[in-house]
Design a binder for this molecule. Structure first.
Ligand code: G6P
Length: 757
């Protein structure tokens, strides 16, 4: 017998004993009750029978008792003998003297006396079961009376009942035996079925997973998994596992894997290689350079937000065209007749093509569908999305306008188009329909929610179809890729290839991949350094009375997803809990007003101002103000100077695709003298585990993290910051763009439509 079989046998034996230990006593108790019930029924039958027999003899006995004993005995002679189980009758006078009895009764005369006495006493009838002479007898005694009701004597019928007990006991044993046998058979059946349905498939699954780890597993999981959901989840798990392994393999083997830092030059070379003579076109809603009128003069602004921060350096490195909405009120006068201008102004590295849209279109497409619909739909920050059919119509129309502008810029040449974000979800499909030969990638800068959250969107199918026009769809995190594929799986009739993280729809294949976006180093931006920086810092310290103590910093667009009220409250709580830090720690919030045409955003500014005011009122002194809330557009130089001044940067997003402020702070600290407090709900938290990770909804924990950051010793600060810097430097924005372009240019443009028309 094999060891495995012996183990199974002994496990079965143990289980058998266990069951017998529980079921055995229970069955015995039930059998005992059964025995008693049957005895009761037999007893009742016998009582009835004895009563009937006595009744038949009663009259003769009453008559006989009118005579003296000898005559009475003679009269009754022959009537008192028993037959079969009836042993016989006996008749007694009222005084208890026997008058006559059947022959078989002589040996029981003493034993039946109590029954006779009972029938002569209070009751007119008495019944008793008597054990005697190795047998058991049943005696029923009935009182005999005369016409006036006076007691004359007693008649007793006696039966042998030993056989009844034997029969009931035999039945009890049979019952117990069959109950136990049936229970064991049922148990064996259930165990067998369970083994077939669960145990074996789960063992197969475990074996398959073990082989998956070692790369020898067949592609599909075992077919016979008992629960459909488990089978599906297993498939997803395996796909993620394979994807993680293949991306790790790509990272360690591929062109992007070496540990030489990615620079502008290196990206340019890589892009030239990928683009193979074609143009690079970026298309987004937000433009990288905006002209606003200031005192009647056009004034240049670099809009706040991660998209511009990340993509401008890429275009500066690679050259190309950036197609975007011309939203500034001086944009028309600073561009040519086609809406083109060379940027950055004064150092033309690429072309900005401005797209013009009307106020009404901006209202429906940008403020309405994009920022009141899609933005809260994708950010799980408890803000309810609003969907209006009129906004959707304008969204489709403006997407068409952007697609047309891209096609116009490309002309007849080949190109690689990078479509950016949720404003332009339909553009990939529109481009591919017009020019199947184009390589089209989409990068989604915000989270992708789970299918349950996304399905409330009335135009979910159109949006998914629009995005899937692309050859490559990029998200910051693997989790967003999984959510996206799950959404497609539930909402479209598409074929999902979980092994390669691809979707096939109408003969077109789209890869879905994570590309965590990043930043360029501060030294590559035009910001003051050296003395100029020192002077700028001194000016800020003086203007905002920040000469003493530590500075905590927040840098955000004023958006409800950024967790700004939570941040202010946590800082207030920190001051409340730790009075020793009052007067020594100040919080500076640089807040860029954003989407202020929407009431929700305007209300947020008011809420934050009053919250800051409340906290300041509570704690401020003559020469210290706890919170400086600076609401205006801050240029890169200002942000950088504040990052230099701050010892702690706080990022408390309620939900955020990545959050580049976290990474900007890390690379703003070459001396590693800073602490990052970072929300677990920002994508950046996956790459920066050395930050102090917080849940912004948990005010106490958040306040404690602020204390921990403020009090952290220099060695720990340096060690943590050093590791974070290494990670951001290695995976900077050039690495991000190179990865995206390399993957996109490696995609197969295979469908039948992929020929220039
Ligand atoms: C986020 C979005 C970007 C957007 C930015 C600024 O980062 O992902 O697409 O450009 O916010 O928002 P705004 O509405 O001003 O363009």
């Amino acid at each position: 017998m094999s060891v495995e079989l012996r183990m199974r046998f002994s496990r079965g034996l143990h289980m058998g004993f266990l069951i017998a230990g529980i079921v055995g006593p229970a069955t015995m108790v039930m059998a005992w009750f059964q025995w008693h019930a049957e005895r009761r029924i037999d007893q009742d039958d016998l009582d009835r029978r004895a009563r009937l027999l006595v009744f038949q003899l009663k009259e003769s006995a009453q008559d006989a008792l009118r005579h003296p004993d000898r005559e009475a005995a003679k009269e009754l002679a022959g009537q008192l003998e028993g037959h079969s189980r009836l042993i016989g009758f006996a008749v007694f006078r009222a005084g208890g003297n026997k008058v006559a009895s059947g022959k078989g009764l002589s040996q029981y005369m003493v034993e039946i006396q109590p029954v006779v006495a009972e029938a002569l006493g209070d009751k007119s009838e008495a019944i008793g079961t008597i054990r005697s002479h190795d047998t058991v007898v049943h005696a029923l005694a009935t009182r005999l009376t005369d016409a006036q009701g006076a007691t004359r004597g007693v008649i007793v019928a006696v039966h042998d009942v030993a056989h009844l007990e034997e029969r009931a006991t035999a039945r009890m044993i049979r019952y117990a035996f069959w109950s136990l046998a049936v229970t064991f058979m049922l148990f064996a059946l259930v165990t067998g079925v369970t083994w077939l349905v669960y145990d074996r498939p789960l063992k197969d699954l475990a074996e398959w997973m073990r082989r998956l780890r070692t790369d020898n597993a067949p592609d599909a999981p075992p077919w016979n998994l008992p629960v459909a959901l488990l089978a599906k989840e297993t498939e997803h798990l395996a796909a993620s596992f394979r994807a993680a392994r293949s991306s790790a393999a790509a990272d360690s083997n591929g062109v992007l894997a070496d540990h030489k830092h990615w620079t502008r030059e290196r990206l340019r070379a890589q892009a030239l290689d990928c683009l193979d003579g074609g143009q690079l076109v970026v298309v987004s809603n937000r433009e990288p350079y905006m002209h606003q009128l200031n005192d009647g003069e056009p004034c240049l602004i670099v809009p706040a937000g991660g998209l511009v921060t990340a993509l401008d350096p890429v275009l500066q490195a690679c050259g190309g065209i950036w197609v975007a909405h011309g939203a500034g009120d001086a944009d028309r006068q600073t561009a040519d007749a086609q809406g083109n201008l060379s940027v950055p102004p004064g150092d033309g590295r690429y072309t900005l093509r401005r797209v013009w849209i009307t106020r009404e279109e901006e209202q429906g497409y940008y403020y309405g569908l994009s920022n009141e619909g899609m933005w809260p739909l994708c950010h799980l920050a408890h803000e309810r999305p609003t969907f209006r059919a009129s906004d959707w119509e304008l969204y489709v129309e403006v997407n068409r306008r952007f697609a047309a502008a891209v096609l116009e810029e490309i002309g007849a040449s080949g190109a690689t188009v990078l479509v950016q974000d949720y404003h332009l979800a339909l553009v990939p499909q529109m481009l591919k329909q017009a020019r199947p030969d184009l390589r089209v990638g989409v990068f989604w800068h915000i989270p992708w929610p789970n299918p349950e959250a996304f399905r409330i969107c009335p135009w979910r199918t159109e949006i998914l179809n629009g995005i899937l026009g692309a050859d490559l769809v990029g998200f910051h995190l693997q989790q967003y890729c999984n959510n996206f594929l799950d959404t497609v799986d539930r909402m479209l009739e598409a074929r999902l290839d979980w092994d390669h993280f691809a979707v096939e729809l109408g003969g077109h294949s789209t890869l879905v991949r994570p590309f965590p976006i990043s930043v360029e180093s501060w030294t590559e931006r035009r910001i003051p350094t050296g003395d100029a920086l020192t002077q700028q810092i001194a000016r800020f310290r003086e203007r905002y009375k920040l000469s003493q103590g530590q500075i905590l910093l927040g840098v955000d667009r004023i958006d409800y997803t950024k967790g700004l009220p939570e941040r202010f409250r946590a800082f207030g709580r920190f001051l409340e809990k730790h009075p020793r830090h009052r007067g020594k720690v100040s919080f500076v919030q640089l807040g860029a007003p954003s989407r202020t045409h929407l009431r929700r955003y305007r209300d947020l500014i008011v809420e934050l101002e009053s919250l800051a005011d409340e906290i300041n009122w509570k704690f401020q002194t003559d020469n210290w103000m706890p919170i400086r809330f600076l609401v205006e557009h801050h240029d890169a130089a200002t942000v950088h100077a504040f990052m230099q001044m701050a010892s702690v940067c706080v990022v408390s997003s309620l939900h955020d695709g990545m959050n580049l402020v976290a990474k900007e702070f890390v690379i703003a600290k070459p001396k590693c003298d800073g602490v990052l407090v970072l929300s677990e709900f920002a994508g950046a938290a996956r790459e920066l585990p050395d930050a102090l990770i917080i849940n912004p909804y948990d005010t106490e924990q958040f306040a404690d993290a602020i204390r921990c950051a403020v009090e952290m010793d220099a060695d720990e600060r340096t060690a943590r910051m050093h590791r974070m810097r290494q990670s951001v430097e290695e995976r900077n924005v050039y690495w991000w763009a190179a990865s995206f372009l390399t993957e996109l240019c490696g995609t197969r443009i295979s469908d039948s439509r992929a020929k220039p028309q």
